[in-house]
Design a protein around this ligand. Structure first.
Ligand code: AMP
Ligand code: ZN
Length: 180
């Protein structure tokens, strides 16, 4: 049965080949529909994996391939790989595992909500290298405490390029323009 809740939309849209930027047997790269920076891609495995908490050591090879697909997507832009971050969100809102490949300017009209900053710029964002390393060491990724995520989500907005800190997203957004 199809599920029509919005949280299933990635599962629907990843199957539509007109959305495919790069595709292999194991995974596909699409554009994030509401990009939170100048460049924002998602890499999704074809394998039915919902979250990072389901991953095991056996998925490391798949994650390596997803990382390479992310790098291939970056090569299609005029930006350097150092201008990007690649990782997963704890407590994601959308169903099906998706790797964020996002340029670190965070200049975007879709960056509208306070939490949009902190989900990419606090420990809510888990770099893919950390996921791979944790799987090698422990064989799994632990679900963090809900209170911890809540605390990080509500934390003051710290600039990712300097020591400035803000309480209001519009102030941070204005500040970010100084870094481009
Ligand atoms: P998260 O679940 O927090 O890791 O983030 C989900 C991401 O999916 C967000 O960056 C959304 O902008 C993006 N998104 C939501 N719906 C779609 C869609 N239909 N196609 C592509 N990206 C989407
Ligand atoms: Zn700054």
């Amino acid at each position: 049965m199809m599920n029509h809740h919005w949280s299933f939309n990635l599962i629907r849209d990843m199957k539509n080949s007109s959305n495919h930027i790069i595709r292999t047997e194991k995974a596909v790269v699409i554009s994030d529909k509401y990009p939170k920076a100048k460049h924002h891609f998602l890499v999704l495995p074809w394998k039915n994996i919902d979250t990072i908490y389901e991953l095991t050591e056996n998925d490391i090879e798949l994650l390596e391939e997803m990382r390479i697909l992310g790098l291939n997507a970056i090569e299609k832009t005029s930006f350097r790989k150092e201008d990007f971050k690649m990782g997963f969100h704890h407590d994601p809102s959308m169903r099906h595992l998706h790797l964020h490949v996002i340029s670190n300017d965070f200049i975007s009209d879709s960056l509208k909500k306070f939490k949009h900053w902190n989900i990419f710029n606090t420990d809510i964002f888990v770099p893919i290298e950390s996921v791979i390393q944790e799987l090698r060491q422990k064989g799994r990724i632990d679900v963090p405490a809900g209170e911890k995520i809540q605390r990080l989500m509500e934390a003051p907005l710290k600039c990712n390029k300097c020591d400035s800190q803000f309480n209001w997203l519009p102030d941070l957004k204005k500040h970010l323009l100084r870094h481009i």
